[in-house]
Structure formats: structure tokens, C-alpha cells
Write a protein that binds this ligand. Sequence first.
Ligand code: NAD
Ligand code: UGA
Length: 361
Amino acid sequence: HVWETRVRQSCLPKKDEGLIVLVTGAAGFVGTHVSLALKKRGDGVLGIDNFNSYYEVSLKRARQALLEKQEIFIIEGDINNKELLKTLFDLIQFTHLMHLAAQAGVRYAMQNPGSYVHSNIAGLITLLEVCKDANPQPAIVWASSSSVYGLNSKVPFSENDRTDQPASLYAATKKAGEEIAHTYNHIYGLSITGLRFFTVYGPWGRPDMAYFSFTRDILKGKPITIYQGSNKQDLARDFTYIDDVVKGCVASLDTAGMSTGSGGKKKGPAPLRIFNLGNTSPVTVPNLVSILEKHLKVKAKKNVIKMPRNGDVPFTHANVSLAHAQLGYNPTTNLEIGLKRFVKWYLSYHGLERPVKSRRL
Ligand code: NAD
Ligand code: UGA
């Protein structure tokens, strides 16, 4: 029927040797960009997303419309729906799973802890269960997070650094995800790659993140709150531009080994891979705000709180030499240029491309 035809069309690679990828969280920020990049180079792409209301559903629908223009179909469903997933894997021989669906955000974990367990732990296990039973088994690439480094005070962060001090429940579920992935790699021979993204930003981004909400509030003349670290130290983030992250995701899919269907040393797959995908150049929150003020041509009203937010880590800074060596990962967009592109998109998306004084906000 119509649904099945759309699924098949969406999954059809347009080039020989094209991948066939199921992208979870495809209506999300990173999922949208990764789906578009894969489709553009000729891979078959099918999305799945539950369109939850953690942030504006209208933005997720707008991203969906963008994907539909490129003939990428998003199934509306939850990654905990095992029957739906099994139906999809029976219908299509996915070569890869790009798993980006999750409950993101650090602070919301204090309001709604259950949604992190549902999506980041139970959802991941459901997907891995379906992948281990699939024939062929897909290679899996999924999003972990820089937050797993937690209260680690050694910078820059390298993949083997300690990750046993998460500062938030979000971080704890991402860390748990890495350990769950390890067991599926070990027992069932699944090829799995975890990517620790570092505060990703860009066009079509997430309204709950600081650079996005600051832009909205600065334009509206509303005060923004800047959290500073203890001891007058500014908090810093290794803000990473979406296009750089997308390149790292695509390279991870391309270099992922085959799932072998058997664990153990002799016949097993390549071991679990974990990579940092950061920018290697942390910027403080006040500096982020200055760059936004410059691009928006509006001064921010600032409310400074000399304490980190509960659950925040003080700083993040990626060492990406492993991703560079194995994926050819090489972030090239600095925050100044990346935010310029974000602001251009933001103004266009909200119909605000006119002189500052005549903008209706
Ligand atoms: P996002 O919230 O924009 O995208 C996630 C998408 O997954 C959303 O569209 C949501 O509707 C969907 N989703 C959530 N739970 C689901 C479920 N149970 N079933 C089906 N769909 C579900 O977030 P993003 O910024 O695109 O993040 C993508 C991934 O990268 C997430 O795993 C996130 O934790 C991780 N990550 C993001 C950042 C960042 O800075 N953006 C940094 C580190 C890690
Ligand atoms: C981001 C994402 O939201 C997480 O989903 C992701 O896992 C994480 O990156 C990651 O890299 O792993 P975070 O870096 O906390 O988390 O991003 P924001 O919420 O945008 O905060 C960035 C910085 O701005 C933090 O230092 C925060 O304290 C600060 N901030 C945030 C403010 O000063 N004021 C605010 O109103 C909000």
C-alpha cells in the first residue's frame, strides 16, 4: 500500500554501493542534517521520529517538510515500538542504523527523568534487540555526548579519559548507552560506533539550547541569563558546527565494519568504536553572547549569575586526534562563522530579514 511504497522509495539508493540507512530522530536537529547529507550523495534514507513536544513540534514539522522535498520519508513512531521496527527491518535490508533519537537537554532531566530512561536507555535497547535479530544486521552509529566526561578536570578530553562522574541524569543515560552498546558488540557481534558530540549548533538547531534561546530573547529585548563558573571562572563550551558533525557522522557510517552476527574474539566484529566529535576550541558563554550581539546588531540585556546551572559541567574541550586519524575528521568552522550562518537562517525562518528597527518581533 501507499505507506510501503513510500518506505521503499525513500530507501532506494541512487548510486551503486549506496548505503541504506535508517535514521532515528530524523525530524531532530542533527537527524535532519545527516539525512539530507546522505540523500544528497545518493544513499537510501528512511527516518523515524515520534515528534514529541520537548520543544516546538512546528520546527520538527518544518524540518520534515524539508526532508520530504528531497524524497526522504519520516515514519511517525517511537523507537520503543518493537513491532514497528521489526516490520521496517523485514521490509528493508538496512545496511546501517544512524541512531540520533534521544531525550536531549541537560536541565530537563530534573523535571522529567522518565523520558531519559524511555528514549536513551529503553529505546536504545529496543533498537539493538531488533538489529541483532535483523538479517542482515546493520552497522550502527549512534550519538553519545561530551557530557559523559562529567566532572573530569583534565582537558582536552580524550576518549579514554574517565567518564565515571556524570553531572546530570542526561549524562548518566548517555554513559549507560555506551556500556549497553559494548555488551551488544561483545555478545551479538554488532558493529557499533558511538559519537560524543560537543554542543552542536547551526541552522535548524534546537530552541532549548543557549545560542538559540539567546538569539530569540536578544531580538525580543528580553534579558538573558549567563551562568558563570565558580571562582569567577567563565563556563566554556567546545561549540561545534553542524556541518562538521555531519561529516563525522557520514565518515563513521562509511568506515563502520560489518556486523558479524557472533561475538567473541575470533569471529567477532571490530571492537566498539567511540569518537569525540568536537571543535577543539572552547569559547566562554559571554564570548558566545558577544558574537551573537554583533551578528544580530542588537545589544543583549544580561543577567549574570555567578554559579553554574545545576547539572552543567564547567567546561568541555575535545581532543579529536582519534577521529582525525580514523575518520579523517577535521572541524573547519569557527564559532564566528557558524553563528553568522545560524543567525542568517534564524532571521529567514522567522521572516525577520529586514532592518533592525523595522523588525516586528
Ligand atoms: P533533537 O531533540 O533535535 O533530536 C532528537 C529527535 O529524536 C527529536 O526530533 C525527537 O522528536 C526524537 N525522539 C526523541 N525520543 C524519541 C523516541 N523515543 N522515539 C522516536 N523519536 C524520538 O536533538 P539533536 O540535537 O538533534 O540530538 C541528536 C542526538 O545527539 C541525541 O542523541 C542527542 O542526545 C545527541 N547530542 C546532541 C548534542 C547537541 O548539542 N545537539 C550534543 C551531544 C549529543
Ligand atoms: C548541549 C546539549 O544541550 C546537550 O543535549 C548535549 O548533550 C551537550 O551539549 C553535549 O555536548 O554533550 P550544553 O553544552 O549544556 O548541552 O548546551 P546549552 O544548554 O546550550 O548550554 C551551553 C552553555 O550556556 C552552558 O555553559 C550553560 O551553562 C550556558 N547557559 C545556558 C547560560 O549561560 N544561560 C542559559 O540560559 C542557558
